[in-house]
Design a binder for this molecule. Structure first.
Ligand code: KG4
Ligand code: ZN
Length: 334
């Protein structure tokens, strides 16, 4: 039921994928390294890099999939949310491609795509379900009745989970993005060495700013007494910080499973690569008689494969966009 080319360019990854009859045939991701030296994504550099790389990324995706350009029956793209310059590159490319090949255009919401990413490898997931999306830009709990019928039941009111990892890592002097480095150092540390602030909210929303401030004050105090404190205790610090972030996520997840009584629970977004989160997620969901699904790493971080699966569900329902479609930086309802 159709061959679709999908493009993702919302932030700092240029990605293209081909999906054929609901099966991913290729998923090429070009991760822009240029931002590392700035300690965060520089929007102007990101859009220029997308422009430079989009054609070759699409060519690679087509070549690897074994199809030819003439076989493509629709082109999908990330409409938002994201950085305006980055989104524009993908939107313009997709619109031109659709026009040149006379095929339909499919707009995809980046967050909706993260939520649907577990379906790439697990078509048997049962509804209703809850998906926890944890990335560098978003932290959300989403309740799903069907593929395209979803409702956000909780979001972060300040930083995203990945942002909390990255900011804490920065305080420890680690490189950007710090999440994977905290994960690595934490392997040799004791997660119960230090305790940091936990938010007290009884809804499904998340907050990481209290934890971040308590880490900052704690480090400032310790470094005053011992300038080598971070260096000497890096593994325990990373393990304790990681434990603090994961506890906040798991507490809310359990609360939501209790209320919504779902059959399946999914994890998505870049932070789902975190080893403690994956382990605690599977343990917690299983203990609550639901089935846990965690996508493979290549579908957790930003990638066009997840745009392709979302596009596949929209294609089946004939949900197409017109040539007047424009990027939607925020407030793009899922
Ligand atoms: O989904 P993603 O690739 O991009 C966004 O849409 O934001 O997520 C990137 C985030 C970064 O904050 C990065 O530090 C975090 O995911 N991350 C991790 C790990 N791997 C990636 N955080 C903790 N532990 C990891 N292993
Ligand atoms: Zn993302």
């Amino acid at each position: 039921m159709g061959i679709i080319l999908a493009i993702e360019s919302s932030c700092d990854d240029t990605s293209a994928a081909i999906i054929k009859d609901g099966v991913i045939c290729s998923n090429i991701v070009y991760t822009q390294k240029i931002h590392e030296e700035f300690g965060g994504v520089v929007p102007e550099l990101a859009s220029r890099s997308h422009e430079k790389n989009i054609v070759v990324t699409v060519e690679k995706a087509i070549a690897e999939s074994g199809i030819t350009i003439k076989d493509i029956q629709a082109v999908a793209f990330t409409r938002g949310p994201g950085l305006i310059g980055s989104l524009l590159v993908g939107v313009c490319f997709a619109k031109s491609f659709a026009l040149a090949h006379n095929i339909p255009l499919i707009e995809v919401n980046h967050m909706q795509a993260h939520v649907l990413s577990p379906f790439i490898e697990n078509r048997e997931i049962e509804f209703p379900l809850i998906c926890m999306v944890v990335s560098g830009g978003h932290t959300q709990l989403v309740y799903m009745r069907d593929y395209l019928d979803m409702e956000i039941i909780g979001s972060t009111i300040d930083d995203a989970a990945g942002e909390a990892f990255d900011k804490a890592a920065k305080m420890l002097g680690l490189d950007y993005p710090g999440g994977p480095l905290v994960d690595k150092w934490a392997l040799d540390g004791n997660p119960l060495t230090y305790t940091f602030a936990k938010p007290r909210m009884d809804n499904f929303d998340f907050s990481f700013s209290g934890l971040k401030t308590s880490i900052l004050y704690f480090l400032q105090k310790q470094i005053q007494q011992n300038p080598n404190f971070v260096k000497e205790n890096l593994a325990d610090l990373c393990a304790s910080i990681q434990h603090g972030i994961v506890e906040i996520l798991i507490d809310k997840l359990k609360l939501s499973i209790k209320k919504y009584k779902v059959k399946s629970v999914c994890l998505a977004g870049g932070v789902s690569a975190n080893s403690e989160l994956r382990k605690r997620f599977i343990e917690s969901v299983s203990s609550m008689q639901a089935k846990a699904y965690v996508p493979a790493f290549q579908y957790c971080t930003d990638n066009a494969g997840m745009i392709a699966i979302a596009a596949y569900f929209k294609y089946q329902r004939g949900l197409f966009s017109t040539q007047s479609v424009e990027p939607m930086v925020k407030n793009y309802a899922i």
